[in-house]
Write a protein that binds this ligand. Structure first.
Ligand SMILES: *[C@@H]1O[C@H](CO)[C@@H](O)[C@H](O)[C@H]1NC(C)=O
Ligand SMILES: *[C@@H]1O[C@H](CO)[C@@H](O)[C@H](O)[C@H]1NC(C)=O
Length: 326
């Protein structure tokens, strides 16, 4: 029974052209050749097969789990390893002359990649471009690109969706620029109302839910990358990658810093669920009102002294205690 189940699963795996890509999230990533195209290979990571291509003129080698020059001793094209998991350093295949793999690789020495079995073949993000990564194998560094819309994650060891919670590459890039002495102000790659201020001493930012150098605009403002300032949200460019919902509780400086507290953001103005135009302050401040646009707070305004905002009339009206209590 167990054998039959195993066979059945093997057939499914074969049909999906995915030789044993285990579902365990913590299983190490590995590479294997595409059986139909020598220039392509797959990265198996956490049960997901990601199709990849070797750089131009190179072919994937099952021997070194790297991209090799056609005709070199490491070129295994036409001789695919039938069982590529786990990656096994097989005996070297022999084939004639041709460009040897000692040809200087144009991408080598970009970063340290020592020769020898240690470290074992590994992948790491291109520090200058998150959509690319290096495959380092026995002293050879090869630059590869993630499929479009994905970024390489050094933590997940695979390509992840840009802007997802696993995509830490650009955040680390910004922190590194600051640490390297830049005095720039950089937009947060994924949070429209956050940014990195390299001139701000990181030790002075006390809240633990901020990264080094990370700062937040005051609600309801967002960060404008072109002017490098916090501005009203209508003039700034937020999108599906640099996101903000416009809810005050998106702003971390309004979260609780002690236990047993009502988050201050709950008393703040919000336009979630409101039509465009003026609305009463949702945090219960009677003399204030908000201008809403696309469910975002555009601005918070104050009524003249002794007026309160009337949601019915859409304007400030004199405060009349009799009228409030029927
Ligand atoms: C491939 O592996 C063999 C044996 O482990 C090694 O001698 C050779 O230098 C490796 N080639 C590359 C390109 O890493
Ligand atoms: C960045 O930090 C510096 C030093 O604290 C400060 O003068 C400057 O106004 C900050 N810029 C922004 C946009 O927060």
């Amino acid at each position: 029974m167990a054998l039959r189940l195993a066979l059945f699963l093997a057939v499914i795996a074969a049909a999906a052209a995915s030789p044993r890509c285990p579902q365990e999230a913590n299983a190490p990533s590995f590479l294997y050749a595409d059986p139909d195209d020598c220039t392509k290979f797959y990265m198996c990571s956490g049960g997901v097969n990601i199709p990849m291509s070797c750089p131009a003129n190179l072919r994937f080698s099952n021997v070194n789990m790297t991209c090799a020059h056609p005709g070199s001793v490491h070129d295994t094209c036409g001789n695919p390893n039938p069982n590529p998991n786990p990656p096994t350093p097989a005996a070297s295949t022999s084939s004639g002359s041709g460009p040897s793999s000692t040809t200087p690789n144009p991408y080598a020495a970009k970063n340290q990649c020592p020769k020898g079995p240690n470290p074992p073949p590994h992948l790491y993000a291109d520090p200058d471009d998150c959509s690319q990564f290096f495959m380092c194998s026995n002293g050879v560094n090869i630059l590869l690109a993630c499929p479009s819309g994905l970024h390489f994650s050094n933590y997940r060891d695979t390509c992840v969706h840009r802007g997802s919670s696993y995509d830490e590459c650009e955040v680390e890039q910004a922190i590194r620029k600051c640490r390297e002495g830049s005095a720039d102000v950089l937009p947060h790659p994924h949070i429209c109302h956050a940014y990195f201020n390299c001139s701000k001493d990181p030790s002075r930012i006390l809240m633990s839910n901020f990264k080094p150098f990370e700062m937040e605009c005051r609600f309801p403002e967002v960060f404008d990358p072109s002017t490098k300032q916090c501005v009203g949200r209508r003039s700034a460019t937020c999108d599906a990658i640099r996101k903000t919902t416009g809810h005050p509780c998106d702003y971390r400086y309004w979260w609780c810093r002690t236990r047993y507290c009502v988050p201050p953001c709950l008393r703040a103005a919000s336009c979630i669920g409101q039509s465009d135009g003026f609305h009463a302050h949702s945090g219960g401040q009677l003399n204030r009102y908000v201008l809403c646009q696309d469910e975002y707070v555009v601005s918070i305004r104050q009524c003249p002294v002794s007026d309160i905002f009337s949601e019915d009339q859409g304007t400030c009206v004199p405060f009349n205690p009799q009228a409030q209590i029927p």
